[in-house]
Design a protein around this ligand. Structure first.
Ligand SMILES: *Cc1c(COP(=O)(O)O)cnc(C)c1O
Length: 335
């Protein structure tokens, strides 16, 4: 059957097969048994440089070590493992600046489901190459992430694909939340956890695990050039912004998303913004001091920690390193 769109709470199309209930802690434990069949737990490694710099005990959650180079694949695996039979043949469609697309493409390969990914014009070429390597079809369409998203939503409606939203998907959030369970088990007593926010799935996953089970404050970070979720988190109003033109393409969205905004308003201690210059600086610091190659989105958490030195002193802090898929152009410009 062809699904008719149901009214959307947030300016993105929601199809009738979408459920907008936040996942429970139980859902996240259930996701873990699936996710760990396909993906390793990621390391939590002390940063000597940041610990000295912040006068704190700082650990890096190395999501960059996953096979797609970013945390999102946890969600893709969980969602595809539970896909309705009718979509297994017809296939999946997603819109992405790259890492969500890699996640869905990787999971599609694991579960043998065809995948189409819409990326904006002028995408990060190494992300596109990776999506194609996983066997998915890539369409370059639209001036930014949200334009590609609208095209993918139309295609889903016309062709009957299962559209996979990057945030309004409880199964993605539950899958992504498995990183929080790993942190909890290794370091049950942390004071602050910092992670970047684009659509908010990752921050939601940490809120529902570490945030729910302990006194840890979850702090999330957007680029000040793409702050739709920041605005929505502050006001509760799902207001579209005019632009989302950030250096960190993994954080690009003009539209704040309903499900993640709801979870973050309930559970997040604080959201802050950092400049794109601070993100570039954090990328350079991580190369120089840790010999770690990250992409812009992943450096936002480091940039926030460097801006919050006083608040974090003497705390135990975890910073999520969300991904490593930087383009060669951006890398050579940085160096
Ligand atoms: C998608 C992404 C983010 C943002 O995650 P959301 O769950 O959309 O908030 C951060 N870093 C990287 C590397 C990403 O790919």
């Amino acid at each position: 059957m062809i699904y008719e769109p149901i009214p959307s709470p947030d300016g993105t199309t929601i199809f009738s097969y979408h459920d907008l209930m936040p996942p429970t802690l139980g859902d996240i434990y259930e996701a873990r048994s699936t996710v760990h069949q396909y993906l390793p737990a990621t390391p939590l490694v002390r940063s000597e440089y940041l610990s000295a710099k912040l006068k704190a005990d700082v650990y890096l959650k190395r999501e960059d070590t996953l096979p797609t180079g970013a945390f999102k694949v946890r969600g893709g695996i969980n969602l595809c493992s539970q896909l309705d039979e009718e979509f297994r043949k017809r296939g999946l469609i997603a819109a992405s600046t790259g890492n969500h697309g890699q996640s869905v493409a990787y999971a599609g390969r694991v579960f043998d489901i065809p995948v189409t990914v819409a990326v904006p014009d002028d995408p990060n070429p190494s992300k596109v190459a990776a999506i194609e390597r996983f066997g998915a079809t890539v369409h370059e369409i639209g001036q930014d992430y949200d334009a590609a998203r609208e095209w993918a939503e139309e295609q889903a409606q016309e062709q009957g694909y299962r559209y996979i939203h990057s945030a309004n998907e409880p199964l993605l959030i539950a899958g992504v939340g498995t990183a929080g369970l790993e942190v909890l088990e290794e370091k049950p007593n942390i004071d602050t956890l910092i992670c970047p926010v684009g659509g908010g799935s990752s921050a939601a996953g940490y809120c529902l695990t570490v945030g729910e089970a302990t006194d840890c404050e979850i702090i999330s970070v957007q680029s000040e050039n793409a702050d739709a979720m920041y605005q929505a988190w502050q006001t509760g109003d799902l207001q579209q912004q005019k632009t989302a033109d950030t250096y960190a393409e993994g954080l690009q969205s003009r539209v704040p998303f309903a499900l993640t905004t709801e979870i973050l308003r309930e559970n997040l201690a604080n959201m802050i913004t950092v400049s794109d210059d601070a993100i570039r600086n954090a990328l350079q610091v991580m190369i120089q001091e840790e010999n770690l190659l990250l992409e812009g989105a992943a450096a936002a958490g480091v940039a926030a920690a460097l801006a919050m030195t006083e608040d974090l002193s003497s705390q135990t802090v975890v910073i999520q390193l969300s991904g490593r898929n930087i383009s060669m152009n951006k890398l050579s410009a940085l160096l």
